[in-house]
Design a protein around this ligand. Structure first.
Ligand code: S3P
Length: 425
C-alpha cells in the first residue's frame, strides 16, 4: 500500500492514541499465568500485541473481547497447555523473546516462529540465560527463529545482561517465576521497567537495588483490572510533527510517562521544545498524563550511552527532526538499531537521502546536520512501522507531495496512524 502525503500547514490538534505496546504485551502474558479473569482496557490495537494474544490462546488460555478491551482467563503458573500448533509471533520481537521465558518453564515442548523480518533477528541473547536456567532451546542456525523450546524445571540464576534490552530482562524475570528461589538480572543501563511494575501489580515479589532486579520464584499471581496508558512511542511521531511545522500545537491525553520511557520529553525540552505534562496520575503503578506541545525552534543535540537505550524506538523520528534543528542531531552507541525490524541506521539514512537530506551513516549511529530542507520524495518503509511513520512526519515538512511505499507497516504498532495524521489537516 502506498500513501501520499502533502505538506502540512500549521495545525492545532487534540489526538487519541492506541494503548502502549510494551505494557499490553506484558499484561497479556502475565494475565495468562495469573489466577482468574484479568480485564484489560485500552489494549494496544497493534498487530504485535495481537500476536501475543494469539500465542496466549495457542497455549490454551481463553481470551475474550475485541477492539481494545480483553478478558484473559488465567489458569495459574501451571495452567498452560501444550500448543497444538506452532505459535506465531508475527513481526514481534517482544512476543518471541518475552514469551520464551514463560515457555522455558513449561513441562512441554513448544515451537514459536515469526515473519521474514523476525526470522532474521538474534535470539542467542535469550537462549543463553534460559539454557543456564535448564531449558533446552533449538534455533535455526543456532540463533534465529523459529525456536523449539523444551521446557524444564528451571533453576534460578543471577544474570548480568550483556546488552541493554528490556525484552531480555523480561524473558529472564518471567522464566524466574517458574524457578524455586530468587532469579535476578543486572542491567548495564536501566531499561524500561514495565515488567517489574506489572509483576508487582499481579502480586509477585520484585526487588530493585540499583541495576539489579530480582523476582521470587513460584509466586501466586492474582488476576487484575488493568488500563493500559496510551503509547508514548506512538505519541513521539505527532510530537515531532508539531515541532516540525511552525505555529503548530498538539495535545495528547492519557499517555504513559513512566520515567524509563519519557527520556524523549527531557531530550526535546533540553533542545528548547515547549512541552507540558498536566494531569499526572498513577494507574496500576504506571505514571500517566497528558502531553501538550507547542512549536518552537530547536537547538539540536547528541544521543549517546544510556540515553540511546532510553530513546531506542524514537531515534528514527528524532533523526528526521535533526535536519530541522539548528545544529543537527548525532546518534551514537546505537548498534542495536541495526537489528530492529529493519536495520534502522541504514533505512533512516537511505530515506533521509531520498528527501535530499545529508546524513552520515556510522557503524553504530548516524549524524544529521541541521538547517536542512526536506524535498518531496518516494519513501520506502522497508516493511518497518517506525520508518513508515517517521518519514510520513518528515513529508509534512517537504516542498511537495511525497509517497510512502509499504504504508501498511504502521499496523504493527499503530493501525490508526494514517487517520490520525489526516486529522492534522
Ligand atoms: C521493548 C524493548 C526494546 C524496544 C521494543 C520494545 C520492550 O527492545 O525496542 O520496541 O517492550 O521491552 P530491546 O529489548 O531489544 O531493546
Amino acid at each position: 500500500m502506498e500513501k501520499r502525503i502533502v505538506p502540512a500547514q500549521k495545525f492545532s490538534a487534540d489526538i487519541a492514541l492506541p494503548g502502549d505496546k510494551s505494557i499490553s504485551h506484558r499484561y497479556a502474558m502475565i494475565a495468562a499465568i495469573a489466577e482468574g479473569e484479568t480485564r484489560i482496557r485500552n489494549y494496544s490495537t497493534g498487530a504485535d500485541c495481537h500476536s501475543t494474544l494469539g500465542c496466549v490462546r495457542g497455549l490454551g488460555i481463553d481470551v475474550a473481547g475485541s477492539g481494545t478491551e480483553f478478558t484473559i482467563r488465567g489458569q495459574g503458573l501451571d495452567g498452560l497447555r501444550a500448543p497444538a500448533a506452532d505459535l506465531d509471533a508475527g513481526n514481534s520481537g517482544s512476543t518471541i523473546r518475552m514469551l520464551s521465558g514463560i515457555l522455558a518453564g513449561q513441562p512441554f515442548v513448544s515451537r514459536i516462529f515469526g515473519d521474514e523480518s523476525l526470522s532474521r533477528r538474534p535470539m542467542r541473547r535469550i537462549m543463553t540465560p534460559l539454557a543456564q536456567m535448564g531449558a533446552e532451546i533449538r534455533a535455526r542456525e543456532g540463533k534465529f527463529p523459529p525456536l523449539e523450546i523444551h521446557g524444564a524445571r528451571l533453576r534460578p540464576i543471577e544474570y548480568a545482561l550483556p546488552v541493554a534490552s528490556a525484552q531480555v530482562k523480561t524473558c529472564v524475570l518471567l522464566a524466574g517465576l517458574f524457578a524455586e528461589g530468587e532469579t535476578s538480572v543486572v542491567e548495564p543501563v536501566r531499561s524500561r521497567d514495565h515488567t517489574e511494575i506489572a509483576l508487582r501489580e499481579f502480586g509477585a515479589e520484585v526487588t530493585v537495588e540499583r541495576r539489579k532486579i530480582a523476582v521470587a520464584g513460584r509466586p501466586k499471581l492474582a488476576a487484575r483490572e488493568l488500563a493500559v496508558p496510551s503509547d508514548l512511542s506512538s505519541a513521539a511521531f505527532f510530537i515531532v510533527a508539531a515541532l516540525l511545522v511552525p505555529g503548530s500545537n498538539l495535545a495528547v491525553r492519557g499517555v504513559g510517562l513512566n520515567p524509563t520511557r519519557s527520556a524523549l520529553l527531557d531530550f526535546l525540552t533540553g533542545m528548547g521544545a515547549k512541552i507540558r505534562v498536566p494531569n499526572l496520575e498513577s494507574h496500576n503503578g504506571e505514571l500517566v498524563g497528558d502531553i501538550v506541545v507547542e512549536h518552537a525552534p530547536l537547538r539540536g543535540g547528541t544521543i549517546a550511552n544510556g540515553l540511546t537505550a532510553a530513546l531506542i524506538d524514537e531515534i528514527p523520528v528524532l533523526a528526521v527532526l535533526g535536519a530541522a534543528t539548528e545544529e543537527g542531531i548525532a546518534v551514537k552507541d546505537a548498534s542495536e538499531l541495526r537489528i530492529k525490524e529493519t536495520d534502522r541506521i541504514r533505512t533512516v539514512v537511505e530515506n533521509l537521502r531520498r528527501m535530499g537530506i545529508a546524513a552520515e551513516e556510522l557503524p553504530d549511529g548516524l549524524v544529521v546536520p541541521g538547517r536542512q530542507k526536506f524535498h518531496a520524495a518516494r519513501i520506502d518503509s522497508f516493511g518497518d512501522h517506525r520508518i513508515a511513520m517517521a518519514f510520513a512526519v518528515a513529508a509534512l515538512r517537504a516542498d511537495g507531495e511525497s509517497t510512502i511505499q509499504g504504508a501498511e507497516a504502521v499496523s504493527i504498532s499503530f493501525p490508526e496512524f494514517w487517520e490520525t495524521l489526516a486529522r492534522l489537516g
